[in-house]
Design a protein around this ligand. Structure first.
Ligand code: PRX
Length: 571
């Protein structure tokens, strides 16, 4: 491997020496940062917000929020009060410990108040990305048996309220809300609610958040995380994000995805750091302006966004004063060496790649300010965690051999179950002692990990994880579609795009209008980011004798690769 390593960053960093810390670290030392190590009573929202509201940080800005219409800020004390109000609103309709409270809306201060308010009651929060359409919303609310939903007037039409017997209350955040049946006016009730709330203390192993994510088969699965995850959210926010008291931090991820909660809510606030949230859609100008306006010092984003900024040109970035940025990080897909080099050129900083998954709850393999970076590598396991490359029998492979990227079971933020699907949960741990990630990778002689690809067919498009099965299921609901097979096709900006191969039913002719119609059908039924960008019609699709679409063969067709063993294919 012939890479030019970028030397460690200068400055005072929280993690001083990777080797030394990795050799000596023990998670029990992190517990002592929190009062619950002595009382045994824990609540994430208390540790993230109220703890600071009760300290000399109470007047420090916790949240800067802005979008095209709003421009607001909240101190830790105000965040504490607003989340207490939200907690009281939820309590008024009977929300209790363990209930699932789903939040389906674009970013707004109210989203954060509701998430924290629900957690204060010991409820389990289910964040839903705003782009989900009715089918996706239904699946998640049904599977989790959600009791309460917080949403907006625009999104309400995608919620099949009448079909969800467990859904008792729907709070609407909007103007002139007509209260009727299960519908309640959130803002009105917020005004009436008390800003005092008795927090519900829970056990460290009690449920905190339920993130639905895609696999290669079946419907999306609900990954459950517990309050104990805070140990790792906190410690990685210190070591990896390198958060320090005077930092202004911006994580660009939406809380509908795990990065937007673990590192858009929990990590930074556990450290008592000022958090920037920018609503609305991506645009290079808007993002650079946000970095400049708030004097962001630590910035956590994703390869697709960096690639889009890169293609917007270096002239644009030069128009902004971004001199406050001192640390940049990336997650979600492979970070190309080219992007790291671009970062060095325009920001004069290294971009630090981090690897983890919805299931892992927090960062696991990362690059640290105190460590040299090899562009293209995800870095090394965080102290206190063992990662390895193993074969299918669980043998650890020597350096430079490709295999399963696996993590020794039992890190603090590990998922605790897949909701309603213990069997699926167990399937991650079939090799004794290991969590098998589904990614393939190798480790070099110096212990750096290099991502190679997914072992299953999961697609990562623009940093979002899409299950081919969900898209195929939606496609075959369209009257023209007889069979559908979906793959990820490499793309220079988005990492991968979704490509669908379709066999039409008799009586249908292929046409550009039909392609557009099918694409919209998936957009409306599932989500815009799940709609195939490319559709190709085929007379027949490759299938196994048992009728399973062979995506591997579709991929080989697409990429002009050998198709491999076809012995299980039907004639
Ligand atoms: O394939 C890996 C890819 O994203 C998957 C996890 O997706 P999700 O659960 O949506 O979580 C994304 C953000 C935490 C992984 O199995 N992935 C994540 N980070 C990286 C990555 N691939 C390459 N490099 C990374 N740094």
């Amino acid at each position: 491997m012939n890479v030019q390593a970028l030397p460690a960053t200068k400055g005072n960093h929280n993690l001083l020496s990777y080797e030394e810390t990795a050799a000596n670290f023990d998670w029990s030392t992190v517990e002592k940062e929190f009062s619950w190590s002595t009382t045994g009573k824990v609540n994430m929202a208390f540790e993230a917000i109220d703890r600071h509201a009760l300290s000399d940080k109470k007047d420090k800005v916790a949240l800067y929020y802005s979008d095209a219409k709003r421009d607001e800020k909240y101190t830790f004390e105000q965040m504490s009060q607003m989340s207490n109000r939200a907690g009281n609103v939820l309590k008024s309709v009977g929300v209790e410990k363990g209930d699932r409270v789903f939040i389906f809306m674009p970013r707004s201060p109210e989203l954060y108040f509701s998430v924290l308010g629900a957690i204060k009651l010991g409820a389990i929060v289910g964040p839903l990305f705003e782009a989900f359409m009715e089918g996706a919303v239904r699946d998640r609310l049904e599977d989790s048996a959600a009791k309460v939903l917080v949403t907006t007037p625009d999104l309400l039409e995608r919620v099949p309220v009448g079909d969800l017997p467990n859904l008792e209350t729907v709070f609407i955040i909007g103007d002139n809300v007509k209260e009727e049946g299960p519908i309640k006016d959130f803002n009105k009730l917020m005004q009436e609610a008390s800003s005092q709330l008795e927090i519900t203390w829970v056990d460290r192993e009690d449920g905190l958040i339920l993130h639905y994510t895609s696999g290669s088969t079946g419907k999306p699965k609900g990954v459950l995380h517990v309050h104990n995850a805070m140990l790792q959210h906190y410690q990685t926010a210190r070591w990896v994000l390198d958060l320090q008291d005077d930092d202004v931090y911006w994580c660009t991820a939406d809380p509908g995805w795990v990065t937007g909660t673990s590192y858009g809510i929990f990590g930074p606030w556990l450290c008592g750091v000022t958090n920037v949230i920018r609503g609305g859609r991506f645009s290079p100008q808007d993002w650079y302006e946000t970095l400049q306006r708030y004097q962001v010092s630590v910035w956590y984003s994703a390869p697709t966004a960096f690639r889009m900024l890169m293609s917007a040109g270096d002239e644009l970035v030069k128009q902004y004063d971004l001199s406050n940025i001192r640390h940049i990080l990336s997650v979600g897909e492979p970070l190309n060496p080219e992007v790291v080099r671009w970062g060095s050129k325009v920001f004069d900083l290294r971009i630090h790649d981090t690897w983890w998954m919805t299931e892992t709850g927090a960062q696991l393999i990362c690059n640290y300010p105190c460590m040299d970076i090899k562009p293209g590598s995800m870095g090394r396991p965080i102290p206190g965690v063992k990662a390895a490359i193993i074969d299918d029998q669980g043998n650890e492979l020597p350096p430079n051999r490709m295999g399963n990227l696996a993590i020794a079971k039992g890190w603090p933020s590990m998922m605790r179950t897949i909701w309603n699907n213990e069997e699926k949960y167990q399937s991650y741990f079939e090799i004794d002692g290991w969590y098998v990630s589904g990614d393939s990778a190798y480790m070099d002689e110096e212990g750096y990990f290099w991502f190679q690809g997914r072992i299953d067919d999961v697609i990562m498009t623009a940093g979002e994880r899409v299950g081919p099965f969900e898209v195929e299921s939606k496609l075959i609901e369209h009257p023209a579609v007889a069979e559908a097979g979906v793959i990820g096709k490499p793309d220079p900006v988005r990492g991968e795009i979704i490509k669908a191969f379709i066999a039409l039913r008799e009586g249908y002719e292929q046409s550009d209008e039909l392609i557009e119609e099918i694409r919209n059908f998936v957009k409306k039924g599932l989500a815009a980011h799940a709609a195939p960008r490319e559709i190709e019609f085929r007379e027949k699709l490759p299938k196994t004798r048992s009728g399973k679409i062979m995506r591997r063969v579709l991929k080989a067709w697409e990429l002009d690769l050998p198709t491999g063993d076809l012995s299980t294919m039907e004639d």
